[in-house]
Design a protein around this ligand. Sequence first.
Ligand SMILES: Nc1ncnc2c1ncn2[C@@H]1O[C@H](COP(=O)(O)OP(=O)(O)O)[C@@H](O)[C@H]1O
Ligand SMILES: [Mg+2]
Length: 579
Amino acid sequence: MALFTFNDDSYTLGNIREVDTRKVTILVNSDKDLRKARVGQLVTVPLSGATECWLIGMIDKVIKAVVTQPLTLEVPEDGADEIDAFEDSVVNTVKITLMGAARWDAIVQKYKFSRSLDHVPEIDSTCYVLKDAHLEEFMRVISECGDGEHSLELGSYKLNENARAYVDGNKLFQRHAALLGSTGSGKSWTVASILERSSQLPSSNLVVFDLHGEYKELSYAKQLRIPGPDEVDVDDDSLLFLPYWLLNSEEIQSLFVDRSEFSAHNQVVVVQDAITEQKKAFLQANGRTDLLQSFTLDSPIPYSLDKVIGKLKYLNEEKVEGSRGPKNGPFNGEFSRLLVRMASRLNDRRYGFLFNSPEKYNQYDSLSMVAEKLMGFGNQKQSIKVIDFSEVPADILPVIIGLVARIIYQVQFWTNPESRRPVAFVCDEAHLYLPRKEGNPVERRAVEAFEKIAKEGRKYGVALMIVSQRPSDVSTTILSQCNNIISLRLTNADDQATVRKLLPESLESLLEALPIMDVGEAMVVGDSVLLPSRIKIDPPTEKPLSATIDFWSRWQEDVTNADFALAVENMRRQNRTKP
Ligand SMILES: Nc1ncnc2c1ncn2[C@@H]1O[C@H](COP(=O)(O)OP(=O)(O)O)[C@@H](O)[C@H]1O
Ligand SMILES: [Mg+2]
C-alpha cells in the first residue's frame, strides 16, 4: 500500500541533482514548479526498493539563479574576439535537508516514521511537495508514531490540526529543556499545560519556581510559599522558611560580606571560624559528636547566629594587655561595618524567612522536614510542587533560588539510587536568577548551583526546564545543555540569534517563523520530537494567573481613595495585616 500517490504533476517539484548525506539539491524544471516551494515546507522522495520507503525532507533554500552565457561557443572565424550575442538562462534549484523516512512496517501493517536514514536518494529521482491530503496523511503517521507509552501530548500540528502532537516525555526531561518566547507568547500557559498532564501521572515529581505567584491557584499542585514580611509569625504548613543555617559559606558571605571592603578577607575567615565553632557546639549539645569526623564548614547543621554575632562584637571591641597597659586587640574596629550590615538584615522583616524561622525549623531534624516538603511525592496533590518566591526581595532572589535547588539536588544525590525519584525543576523567568553575565557574588550563587545540575543532574535524575522571555540574557552554560527547545513567538533579534545557536545548522530554516507565530504556537525541536515542527499548544484547563496588570481597564474603574495612612503605618510596621 503506497503512502502517497501523486497522480498528476501538480505536486512535482523537480529532480535530484546533488546528494551530500542529508543535504540534497533539487533541480526544478520551471518557474511554475519553483513557486510550489516554500522554505520550511515538507517534501518527499520515494525510494525504489523492496519495502515501501519515502524519504522526508524540509526545504531550506529556494534559489532562482540567472546565468548569462554566450549564445555560441565557437570563436568567430574572421578573427574578431568579441562575442556580442548573450543569452540569459534561468537555473532554478531548491535545497532540502532530509529529516527521516517513513517506512512500511509489515509486522504492524502500518507506516512508521523514524529519523534514521539508511538509504540516500538516487540521482534524478523525483521530489514531490507534501501538501493537502498528503501532508495530512503524513502528519497522521507522525502523530501515531509519537503516541506511545511515554508520550506527553502537547497540542496539535500546525500543518494538520487534526493530527495530535506528542513529545517523548522521557527524552524531553532526560536532557533538559528550554521553553522560550517573548512576553505574552504563551509560556506560562504552556507550563501550566505540561504541569496538568504531568499531574495525571501517579507519581510525577516537578518543582516549579514561581516568581510572580502565577501558579499559586493550580488546584492539583502542592502550594508552598516563602513567607513575606506579613507572615513571618504565622504558623501555616504551606509556608516554607529557609533558615540561614542552610546557607553554605559562600552564600552567607554573599549576603553579609562586602568584598570591596579593606578587611573583607579577615571578615570571611573570622565569620567562618565562628560559624564552625557554633555548629560544633550544636552537635555536642545534641549528642552527635560522631558527626565531627565528616564535619565541614558547609555541613547543614543549625547554629546560633546570635552567638556568632556575639563573637564578632567581642573581637571588634577586644582589648589586650600591652607593654604600656591595655591596648586595642588585633581586630579592633574591623567588623564594625559588617556588624551594622548584619544587624540591618536581621531586623528587616522581608528577610524574616531566613532569620526569624519558627523553632521547628532550627532542630537537628529540620532539614529532613524541609526536604520532604520540597521533594515529597506519591500522596495525592504532592507531585507538582509550586514554590511562590514573589515575596523574596529581588537583591537576594538568586541566592535563595540557588539554595532551594542545591538542597533538592544534594538530598537527591545522597538518596539511595533505588529509592531515587526523578525530579524536574521548572525555572520560570530564568533570566532573573540565571543571568548570563558574570554578576555580583549573589547572582553567581544560583548560576553555579544550576550549572552543576545542568551538567551532572542527569546521572541522579534531576532535570531542568528553563523558561525565559530573554534567552539572550540566560547563562549560556545552562542553555547550551538544553537539548529540547520549545520556542514560542520570539520577536527580539538577539533572542532569535541565541535560539539559532542552540539548533543544528540544518534546522535554521525553521527559525524564519519564530517572529510571526501566533500566541500559543511553538516550534518544537530536539530529540523528544520525531520531526521538528510547529505545534499549537493546548490551553490548560486551569489557567495560570496573569502577572500583568491591565492598567487601562483598572483606570476605568470608579473608586475612592486608598487608605494611605494605613499604608504608611504598614510600611513602618513592615506588615500588611491589620494590627
Ligand atoms: N496555548 C494557548 N492557546 C490560546 N491562547 C493562549 C495560549 N497560550 C497563551 N494564550 C493567551 O496569551 C496570553 C498570555 O499567555 P502567557 O502564558 O501568560 O504568556 P507569557 O507567560 O509568555 O508572558 C494568555 O492570557 C492567553 O490569553
Ligand atoms: Mg509568564
